[in-house]
Design a protein around this ligand. Sequence first.
Ligand code: SF4
Ligand code: SF4
Length: 197
Amino acid sequence: MKPPDAKVLLMPIITTFYVHIEFKIKTGIWSVNLPFLCSKCGVCCTLDDFLTAGKLKISPENPTVHVKAQTLYEELGRRWEADPVEYDRYITTTSCPFLFGKICSIYEIRPEGCRQFPNTPFGMQTQNCEALTRFKRQLAVLRKGRTTEIIFCFIERPIMHMQCTVKQYRRCVAKLCSAGITDDELALFCIFNEATM
Ligand code: SF4
Ligand code: SF4
């Protein structure tokens, strides 16, 4: 695994969630932060909950999006009233109309549910998000064989301070590498921890 390069380290802090892990040992507690990094694969935008992810943050500057969203909401309303079973079939087989390729075309104003995914009860159970599967594997490998407590946090709040020795930190990095952490995920892990040292 090559060390994270400066360009990646300088990437803007993204909206995401992380887990603050506290390790309990005889002499006290030490901790690290494990962030989730969305790989922007676009898969969650094809899942059935995208249409119920909340309202868009639409301003008068984007009337095209407003019209498209209104059309979508009205169509969904009609489908629901006509036949709830058919409505369910429709939303489970239709991708979000704002998805182009793997890119969200309205990323800046996407609904709250999209911003939070996968940190929702629905999202955390999904088997479709490979980044989440990797995240869970990383969390498991860090906690394995240790007495721990975890706290789920959003980035909007100040990042919780990690408290550990260089040796403990390096051991965490080695475990994460053994769990198949990607270069970008490792870079974000470094940002979330070294920024709070
Ligand atoms: S499925 Fe996961 S990795 Fe892919 S875009 Fe959604 S949250 Fe990101
Ligand atoms: S609004 Fe954007 S992020 Fe949300 S489901 Fe649609 S394409 Fe995905």
